[in-house]
Design a binder for this molecule. Sequence first.
Ligand SMILES: Cc1cc2nc3c(=O)[nH]c(=O)nc-3n(C[C@H](O)[C@H](O)[C@H](O)COP(=O)(O)OP(=O)(O)OC[C@H]3O[C@@H](n4cnc5c(N)ncnc54)[C@H](O)[C@@H]3O)c2cc1C
Length: 505
Amino acid sequence: MSVTHDVIVIGGSVSGASTALLLKREVPDLRVALVERSGEFDRKVGEATTEVSGNFLAKRLGLTGHLTHHHITKQGLRFWFANDKSDDFGRCGEIGAFYQVRMPSFQVDRQVLDQHILDLAVAAGAELLRPAKVASVDFEDGVSVVRVESAGKPTELRARWVVDASGRAAVLARKFSTLNPLPEHPTNSVWARFRGVADLDGFELRSRYPEYARACQASRTAATNHLTGYGWWCWIIPLKGGDTSVGIVYDERLFSLPPGESLGSRLRDHVLKHPVGRELFETAEVVVGDVKAYSPLPYFSSEIAGPGWQIVGDAAGFLDPLYSAGLDFCSWTVSAAVNRIIMERAGGKADYPDINARFLRSYHAWFHALIKDKYHYLGDADLMQAAFIMDIGWFYFGPVRELCICPKGGFERFPFEGPIDGAVAKFMAFANRRLKSIALKRRACGTYGANNLDHRMMVSGFEPTPKVLRAVLKGVLLWLRAEWKTLFLRIPPEVTKNPVPAAVQ
Ligand SMILES: Cc1cc2nc3c(=O)[nH]c(=O)nc-3n(C[C@H](O)[C@H](O)[C@H](O)COP(=O)(O)OP(=O)(O)OC[C@H]3O[C@@H](n4cnc5c(N)ncnc54)[C@H](O)[C@@H]3O)c2cc1C
């Protein structure tokens, strides 16, 4: 069967457009078609990059100029804690960077970024069909047959490879019935954009809270700020132009969003209950028409590569927005697809079972090391500071350092796929389980979140060199200190008689 293209990419958002752009740059004579359903992009979540996805966008795609002109340079992660003893903003516990960060990362407006990457892919020679929807994909005699509908008219495209970058639509995983839920992690999210949010670096807060003003040299506003509580966290991400992206993610076993008039007002009411949220959002308003929700959040495809096809970005799976790893997984899966196509084009043969096994190992190791049951201890500053400094320390020692050593090769492997980082993942998963157990005991004894006030942990910065292991060690010591402080707590008899329901253990 003759082909119309070499590669057809389903979905022209960040993953699809990056795939097409890299393929055209590396093999200019490849005939690449991009099929994008929407007529124009709207705002999306996936607005905070990490040092990995920041590196992918800035260095691998070469977008530093665009990122610095049209988006905001991110100043790390910042967590805020409170408890019912005080609603004073100045007493809220804080974890975050003391100085501006060392490695580039960004707060991006996805509507602008995705369109820019798509424009670059088209300028590099990719053919764009838009608005056009992939209605079906079939594989016949080694050729992928992709049926596309555009303005009511069907078209048939045929190519040697098809790359699925369709996000949660997960066109290929649904076709192959390889899409799986992750019932161990029942999380939901509601988000919106707000206008009129107060400035964490502004005169008003700095003059009312001089100790707060003195405690930090970095811009707090440019960070991804997190409000935290038992079973939930909220992100606060500034966007270029003045709007602020705000969302809540919660574990439905532990928390539910109180009812209200609309999703936007429920989110706003919840944020206002936190002293930091109250200062920031008292006079802020939800941008009309810009409120969305997903439930449940996580899923994965048990296969992401096969003969003639590969899956990238959210079409391959999604775990949890905590630590903003979504675009990291887009970077890794896009790189895997691009490398595989280039290798097969040059006459090599891709090892699909190996790609699938490495992806699954990475996804599940990430889940157990960094995410599983974390919502139990997100609202306790003692436990989160131990986790934060260990998690980010390992992230810098592993994936971030790898990219500094080898800017291209660093994207060629998935995190935790090998024996050494796999062992690190097991250690992290053990620490994560222990922190959750401590949280359960503290809840039972009424001491959960007892140290959430009057304490700031200001980190002088993470560095992608072996020196960062000192931070990891500090995190381990904080964890052991939390173990010690909890060891002699006695669970009251009434709680022992009515233990925590099995569903949340
Ligand atoms: C609540 C929440 C918060 C998040 N926050 C962050 C964060 O802060 N940082 C981060 O890194 N990640 C975050 N993520 C993850 C991030 O949003 C995703 O990883 C990222 O947007 C995935 O991009 P993508 O290009 O793979 O998919 P998408 O952005 O979903 O794009 C898929 C594209 O495919 C098109 N499409 C779909 N079906 C078809 C079809 N049949 N035919 C043609 N086109 C089609 C769509 O129109 C769309 O343009 C978050 C996710 C959630 C749920």
